[in-house]
Design a protein around this ligand. Sequence first.
Ligand code: CMP
Length: 136
Amino acid sequence: MSNIEQTLSIIKPDAVERNLIDEIKFILKKNNLNIKDSKKIHLTKDEAADFYKVHQSKPFYNDLCSYLSSGPIVVMVLEGENAVLTYRKIMGATDPKNAKDNTIRKLYGLSIDKNSVHGSDSKDNAKKEIDFFFKY
Ligand code: CMP
């Protein structure tokens, strides 16, 4: 049975800065994730803090919010078969050092902070994160 889902993807400042938007979008499409919506934005630090509020108790929270708001990002709604899990596999492990070959983070990630992309970790969070950026 088919299970078409949506998930949220962010191309982070390190990847936008290195002109990797088209390459990353190509990888998504090649893996049957349709880009339903996409926009380039530049968050304020307060907006980044709101987006990442699930991490507010973590020691890296402040740096994370500063980083996400340090330059333009691309936010996208991806749609496809098991999109949440499919996209997480294509992204690879959070720390590029631990990511498998040919994943986006292995190919392009620079460090655990500058790991090029973000993706929702569950269907519930995907809905929340899509609503955060795209008010349909
Ligand atoms: P992301 O998938 O965007 O979700 C939260 C981000 O926090 C994560 O990617 C990393 O870029 C960043 N981060 C920084 N330090 C850590 C850490 N020690 N563990 C997990 N995530 C971290």
